[in-house]
Design a binder for this molecule. Sequence first.
Ligand code: NDP
Ligand SMILES: O=C(O)C1=N[C@H](C(=O)O)C[C@H](O)C1
Length: 263
Amino acid sequence: MINAAVLGACGRMGSLIIENITCSANMQLVAAFDIGNVGKDAGEFAHVGNLGIQISDVKDLETVLKKTQADVLIDFTAAGATVINAPIAARCGVNLIIGTTGLTPEQRAVIDGAIRENEVRAVISPNYSVGVNVFFKIVREAAKYLADYDVEIIEAHHNQKKDAPSGTALRAADVISEALGGKEYVYGREGIAPRGKEIGIHAVRGGDITGDHTVLFVGNSERVEVRHMAHSRQIFAKGAVRAAEWVCGQNPGIYAMDDVLGL
Ligand SMILES: NC(=O)C1=CN([C@@H]2O[C@H](COP(=O)(O)OP(=O)(O)OC[C@H]3O[C@@H](n4cnc5c(N)ncnc54)[C@H](OP(=O)(O)O)[C@@H]3O)[C@@H](O)[C@H]2O)C=CC1
Ligand SMILES: O=C(O)C1=N[C@H](C(=O)O)C[C@H](O)C1
């Protein structure tokens, strides 16, 4: 049985991940952390009744991870939190599933360094859905065939999302850039802004949009659009739990979701 801990347990994703852990035959919840709601039962936020696991203060992360013998910590919080907490978990020998987006390259380097130094296992992905990881593959192929077409990426999310553009949009841009041997990115446009060879990236925020991503390859007289639309956050939560079960059986290292899915 895999002992799982969840960071951001009261959030939109953390609570759904806890719900999914309760449905897993191979995994049990041993700890739940957040910055608020300390002492409340984690099941309250996941709407699964009383689990007997109280929300712990994130300040007690090290102590509680050790005490509960957690095998894996699933973290969907915020970049400023993940850059502090992932290294603490790695130093405790706890494997990591990181879903937090908005990490700067410097924050990512700190996290990667701690994972490697402590020889734990981690999956780090801006999107744990099966569909989006297939979308990345299609986008990579399309970019190779449409190398001289203009590329624009449009993402849309709910009005509570803090980071922009989304981690998924940035990963799509990186996938295209890798396929084409390097591209500059332009974020939105205003004023006098003639188009060059860049990838344009645009963020829409409103209401309860779960997460839409569209890549446009635009030529003269035609365009190709590759689109993924999430209907529910369950796709991310199920993917994160699947990644957590998978990673515990791997060699130490940093993996992506396409490794988990064998894509
Ligand atoms: N990789 C993927 O597939 C997906 C990634 N995400 C990403 O996951 C992250 C969380 O998204 P979402 O669940 O919607 O956000 P929420 O704001 O709903 O949840 C985040 C939770 O983390 C808590 N939190 C904030 N700071 C800390 C901290 N320092 N220590 C502990 N807990 C903290 C928040 O508390 P409080 O509310 O008090 O701030 C909240 O309970 C985002 O970066 C988002 O982009 C989202 C969906 C899918
Ligand atoms: O914050 C969200 O909600 C989401 N964030 C991820 C991202 O930034 O790519 C993934 C998903 O689209 C939902």
